[in-house]
Design a protein around this ligand. Structure first.
Ligand SMILES: Nc1nc2c(ncn2[C@@H]2O[C@H](COP(=O)(O)OP(=O)(O)OP(=O)(O)O)[C@@H](O)[C@H]2O)c(=O)[nH]1
Ligand SMILES: [Mg+2]
Length: 468
């Protein structure tokens, strides 16, 4: 899938910068371009990867008046830049930003201009603020959610409240006080990054990793270097899942594959032998476990699985690790659990990868507890007499508090375990092709996704490159 990204404000620009870096690093596939739009010159200057001509700086006309944001942005300049980057074969435009910040307010206006000038669908990739950042942030985020839901063709949501405590870096122990007379040479002075910035970097990395993998799935290289997928999920399939679907979340989990299995794969080709029953069983269970983790523990924003209208499942990694039985079990589970009828699925074989990963996209979600929570906070700010259920972890101050939440309230997790995995075993080495967008008859089955504060899947360790 080929896209143009527009980053607005601090969070959005940092995300686009990371996406750009990931794309440039990939020697095989280039699938995106992007621009960063901000009224903060320092923040733009700190972006290390985007070329200077991709950074659009709009100075605040009156810093003492925060309402001047829209007036100070020349949208025509952004549109002209976008058109100059449009190569004619892009599939969509993605706007990235942080809800609760001031720059997100520009987005509805920007989207209506883009729609007049370009034909591609416009999606959003937005971050929900932590509750601890204060009521003002949450209230602004709630207004932003409502405005963006109406303006965009779909919004991917990532929740800082869920991810910040999980990925929070430990502050370094205080260093011994240095002799103030001993100055380091200027080039040796390292700019100290705050805990908040380092944690944001980890969250951004997590976001870019999973969305980047989804974008690349259907692309192939003329230079070669990739295996052929059994069931290709091309840009059309991804778009059909997310277009007009409102709120969207992405679950993602991965696991290292056993060392040496690459060599075993080559040996297996020379001396083919049927895999043992235990081996097939283990591989199927691994795929199912990964899917459960992706939905229950590693989802971008906790949500109710049963309230999804559409879903998309992508399994990626070395093809000898992809169990068809596991894959079909997961597909059936998701198919039965969501309220809608459309489940798409595909594979992305990368023989050089040392990881097996699964991505599950849930679109058209009606029930996302964090959105209700944020809207409630706004309603309470407007009507302070109402009891505040979030007051236990609300500092009450506005704006720029450091996120420090380590103790998230745990919503009990109701896992509707996928049926079939680990039960009777069937042939695991015949891959079926089939229609990647087939729709199945639905059966009733309860399932829900909740926020869990269990620390799983050390995301620090998933530093693999899918395409190398
Ligand atoms: N995950 C993540 N979240 C961020 C990051 N930066 C900011 N946020 C979140 O996004 C919200 C909006 O912040 P910004 O994007 O910096 O806001 P802005 O649009 O630049 O507006 P200002 O507040 O006026 O600077 C914050 O309240 C944070 O919750 C980041 O780099 N990563
Ligand atoms: Mg800013």
């Amino acid at each position: 899938m080929r896209i143009i990204l527009i980053g607005v404000g601090g969070a959005g620009c940092r995300l686009v910068d990371l996406f750009y870096a990931q794309d440039v690093r990939s020697p095989i596939i280039r699938c995106l371009d992007g621009i960063a739009v901000d009224n903060d010159a320092d923040a733009l200057n700190r972006l290390m990867n985007l070329p200077a001509d991709r950074k659009l700086y709009f100075q605040r006309l009156d810093p003492s008046n925060p309402d001047d944001i829209i007036a100070s942005i020349t949208i025509e300049e952004i549109i002209a830049k976008l058109q100059s980057l449009d190569t004619g074969d892009i599939d969509a435009i993605f706007i990235c930003g942080g809800l609760g910040g001031t720059m997100a307010e520009v987005v509805p206006d920007l989207v209506s201009h883009i729609r007049k000038a370009m034909i591609e669908p416009v999606f959003g990739l937005f971050i929900l603020p932590c509750t601890r950042e204060g009521r003002e942030r949450s209230s602004r985020a709630a207004d932003g959610i409502d405005a963006l839901h109406a303006a965009l063709d779909g919004i991917f949501l990532f929740d800082n409240e869920t991810w910040y405590p999980r990925l929070k870096v430990q502050p370094e122990p205080a260093r011994k006080k240095q002799d103030p007379l001993k100055f380091l040479p200027l080039q040796k002075q390292k700019v100290e990054e705050s805990v908040k910035d380092q944690t944001y970097r980890k969250i951004n990395d997590m976001i870019v990793r999973r969305v980047g993998l989804l974008l690349r799935a259907g692309e192939f290289s003329e230079k070669g270097g990739m295996d052929i997928a059994e069931v290709v999920l091309d840009a059309g399939e991804v778009l059909n899942t997310i277009l007009g679907m409102g709120f969207i979340t992405i679950g993602y989990a991965l696991e290292p594959v056993a060392q040496g299995s690459l060599e075993m794969d080559i040996l297996g080709k020379i001396r083919p032998a049927a895999p043992s029953v235990e081996e097939s069983h283990k591989k199927a269970s691994k795929v199912v476990d990964l899917a459960k983790r992706a939905i229950y523990q590693e989802i971008s924003t906790p949500c109710d699985l049963t309230s999804a209208e559409k879903a998309l499942i992508l399994i990626a990694g070395p093809s000898h690790e992809m169990s068809m039985k596991g894959y079909m079990t997961v597909r059936k589970w998701i198919d039965r659990s969501i309220r809608g009828l459309e489940v798409r699925s595909g594979d992305y074989p990368v023989s050089s990868s040392h990881f097996l990963a699964i991505i599950i996209v849930l679109a058209g979600l009606r029930n996302i507890p964090r959105i209700d929570e944020i809207r409630k906070i706004r309603d309470m700010s407007e009507n302070p007499d109402v009891h505040d259920p979030g007051s236990a972890y609300n500092t009450g101050t506005s704006g720029h508090d450091e996120c420090v939440g380590d103790t998230l309230p745990v919503i009990p997790v109701e896992e509707s375990a996928p049926a079939g995995a680990g039960s009777s075993l069937t042939d695991d080495y015949g891959r079926t092709g089939g229609n990647n967008a087939s729709m199945h008859e639905k059966e009733e089955s309860p399932g829900s996704v909740s926020r869990k504060d269990v620390q799983t899947g050390d995301t620090d360790n998933d530093d693999f490159t899918w395409i190398s």
